[in-house]
Design a protein around this ligand. Structure first.
Ligand SMILES: O=C(O)C1=C[C@@H](OP(=O)(O)O)[C@@H](O)[C@H](O)C1
Ligand SMILES: C=C(OP(=O)(O)O)C(=O)O
Length: 436
């Protein structure tokens, strides 16, 4: 599978009736990329079951291979039963050139691994990746003993001059721009000489569930982690064990499918929804219920049923920011206004998501207003037109949701959805065959 798909537009299909679909989803991006890092820095080999095979996870696999780990992708076409096998290799080594694409997880989780390698590791990504927040983690790594040449930019591209190990110790940073700045430091910390104590100082860190995911997966790999103090995380040095990971379905990627139940007054089930999880997508249960959906979690998965119409949403999405594009699209089709707050940091995601959503939904005749830390959405009748996606997979998903109810929504560069869901349009079409 190529890492990027050719640019093409896609007219989002209208739903001609209520959907009634079971939609299995591939593995979590966040869990797959954490498992890859933990496997490549472990002392033995690991098996990653049900990984996500997408641009972001392939970039991570490529990057780790470039540093000397062996990552074997098996049968990526299969829905079930695919495994990735990771052998850490004898030692992490450069020189290497690494492409992070537009993947936040790769650009923040990989540099600490590069600091453990022996040799120069040059790291760059897509044009917009150079604008995503990196400065705090680069400064933190320097404070922990790393030698990094970023030309004073505090951003991509940069070269990590790996020396085969890192001292580690205590470091303070402002991670209000992205939780990944902390997760990146913690994930490699068992391999630092002194481990790490990371202290956050600044406005609140977003995406708390993703930090809990980092801590939980580190512990599953055998690390000793103390997260009992607010805004302080301590990881002790020590060998990680190779192990079997079983990756949960990506619950954030469930948003648009479950949302289709609301828009069409239908019913969608996502099988394999874990009864307990650190994934932020689990918040969809409450959020879609607040919008008027009937939500049931059972042995067969999570089912959302829509009725005749659904409501606007008032919510602080600080912890679950990646759900915003799809929730905003839903809000634009709701029967009342919405106010989504706590998401100023989305300006540093794949694109400035607040600006992109305002521009594109208003371009279809909508009324979305940007707030200092969020969006206010006033539903209005929409009409078809081009929906630009800014290399943002979740803008494709948002455009698809609008297209369910608005004929002629032409989603530009739909292939960019391959960042986390390469076969999205096929899955969407298959769901829609049940409509009517
Ligand atoms: O650690 C992770 O896997 C992620 C953390 C979040 O990043 P931010 O804290 O930058 O929002 C989230 O939005 C992103 O999609 C994945
Ligand atoms: C913010 C996101 O991704 P990234 O991992 O690139 O930060 C996202 O998937 O919504």
């Amino acid at each position: 599978m190529p890492l990027s798909q050719p640019e093409r537009d896609w007219v989002a299909p209208v739903a001609h009736g209520p959907v009634n679909a079971v939609v299995p989803l591939p593995g979590s991006k966040s869990m797959t990329n954490r498992a890859l890092i933990l496997a490549a820095t472990a002392s033995g080999s690991s098996r990653i079951g049900h990984p996500l095979a997408s641009r972001d996870t392939r970039l991570m696999a490529h990057a780790l291979r470039a540093l000397g780990a062996d990552v074997l992708e098996t049968d990526t076409a299969a829905e079930d039963g695919q495994d990735w096998l990771v052998d850490p290799g004898e030692r992490l080594r450069g020189p290497a050139d690494i492409d992070v694409g537009l993947a936040g997880t790769v650009m923040r989780f990989l540099p600490p691994v590069a600091a453990l390698a022996d040799g120069d590791v040059a790291i760059d990504g897509d044009p917009y990746a150079r604008r995503r927040p990196m400065g705090p983690i680069l400064d933190a790594l320097r404070a922990l003993g790393a030698d990094i040449d970023d030309g004073g930019r505090g951003a991509l591209p940069f070269t990590v001059r790996g020396r085969g190990g890192l001292r580690g110790g205590t470091v303070t940073l402002d991670a209000s721009a992205s939780s990944q700045l902390i997760s990146g430091l913690l994930l490699s910390a068992p391999r630092f000489g002194e481990g790490v104590e990371v202290r956050h100082e600044g406005p609140p860190v977003p995406s708390a569930p993703h930090l809990a995911m980092t801590v939980a997966m580190l512990r599953e790999a055998g690390a000793v982690v103390d997260d009992t103090r607010p805004d302080v995380w301590r990881v002790e040095p020590g060998a990680l064990k190779g192990r079997d990971w079983d990756i949960e379905p990506d619950l954030s990627n469930a948003a648009q499918f479950l949302g289709a139940a609301l828009v069409t007054g239908g019913r969608v089930t996502v099988p394999g929804w874990p009864p307990a999880t650190t994934q932020p997508g689990d918040a969809l249960r409450g959020l879609l219920a607040d919008m008027g959906g009937e939500v049931a979690l059972g042995a067969d998965g999570l089912t959302v049923r829509g009725g005749s119409g659904f409501h606007g949403l008032t919510a602080d999405l600080h912890d679950v920011g990646e759900l915003t594009p799809v929730l905003t699209a839903l809000a634009a089709l709701a029967d009342g206004p919405s106010r989504l707050t706590g998401i100023a940091h989305l300006r540093g995601h794949e694109t400035d998501r607040l600006a992109a959503l305002v521009t594109e939904i208003n371009g279809l005749g909508g009324d979305v207003r940007e707030l200092p830390d969020g969006l206010e959405i006033h539903p209005r009748p929409l009409s078809g037109g081009v929906f630009h996606t800014y290399d943002d997979h979740r803008m494709v998903m948002a455009g698809a949701v609008l297209g369910l109810a608005v004929p002629g929504v032409r989603v530009e560069n739909v292939g960019t959805v391959g960042k986390t869901l390469p076969d999205f349009t096929e899955r969407w079409a298959s769901m829609l065959t049940t409509a009517g």
